[in-house]
Design a protein around this ligand. Structure first.
Ligand code: G5P
Ligand code: MG
Length: 221
């Protein structure tokens, strides 16, 4: 059982590998993983109030309004152990400021992957909605095409992975999310990792986190 708090965020453009790297981090360090996108997609599927509101924005590649997201993520954070990795939040400086006021963050990890690599990747992405497990043809293909490795349930392709929506998401990222990187740089907690593949980026992230995460945080075998 962890005895110390650890609070972190992972930033990066759409499809830069935040979900892929987060899965490796939480499996290695036994952190809670909260992906704002995964949580929203699960709410869309369940047709909750927040899901129905978010759907309008997501399908157009726009960001969900700050007030909705700040309330939603604050509630999610209250329901987990205080050793977490937040993926996909904050996406705007207003969100970053709101989070900073409530939580003492240890580190903000930023993944830097070239846009042409990203555009190529999303075409082959398949997702298991209930768990957020993500696959890619040729990189981490599912054992059985179209089926989740663990549950055997069907995989889906995301509506917002259509090329024109991906383009919009990248534009929104440039305009609204890139300033968040500078926010954390000024706070002195930014760590950046560049590469064309997640396998290239992962060892650098692992080295970095090993210096932050003390032994009190139980490692999974
Ligand atoms: P999301 O869900 O947060 P994005 O756009 O930030 O969406 P996304 O698309 O989930 O990020 P990712 O998690 O960074 O991407 O990347 P990933 O899924 O791990 O990897 C992408 C693909 O590449 C996968 O198929 C993976 O297998 C593959 N892959 C990984 N590494 C490699 C590699 O090395 N090689 C190869 N070949 N493949 C690889 O947000 C969705 C929407 O929700 C709303 C917004 O509308 C947003 O657009 N939203 C918010 N709105 C406002 N504020 C917030 N905080 C919001 N959060 C979500
Ligand atoms: Mg993701």
């Amino acid at each position: 059982m962890a005895t110390k708090l650890f609070k972190s965020v992972i930033l990066g453009a759409p499809a830069s590998g935040k979900g892929t790297i987060s899965a490796r981090i939480v499996n290695t360090f036994n952190l809670e993983h909260i992906s704002s996108g995964d949580k929203l997609r699960q709410n869309i599927q369940k047709k909750t109030e927040v899901g129905l509101e978010a759907q309008k924005y997501i399908k157009e590649g726009k960001l969900v309004p700050d007030d909705v997201m700040i309330k939603f993520i604050s509630q999610e954070l209250n329901s987990v152990r205080p050793v977490w990795l937040l993926d996909g939040f904050p996406r705007t400086v207003a969100q970053a400021k709101a989070l900073w006021e409530i939580h003492n963050l240890d580190v903000a990890l930023n993944l830097i992957v070239p846009f042409p690599v990203i555009i190529d990747r999303v075409k082959g992405r398949w997702v298991h909605l209930p768990s957020g497990r993500v696959y890619n043809e040729g990189f981490n293909s599912p054992k059985v095409p179209g089926k989740d490795d663990i549950t055997g349930e069907p995989l889906i392709q995301r509506d917002d992975d259509l090329p024109e929506v991906v383009q919009k998401r990248l534009e929104q990222y440039e305009k609204l999310t890139r300033p968040v990187i500078e926010f954390y740089r000024e706070k002195g907690i930014l760590q950046e990792f560049a590469g064309n593949t997640s396998n290239e980026i992962w060892p650098k992230v692992l080295d970095c986190l090993t210096t932050y995460l003390p032994l009190q945080i139980t490692k999974r075998n």
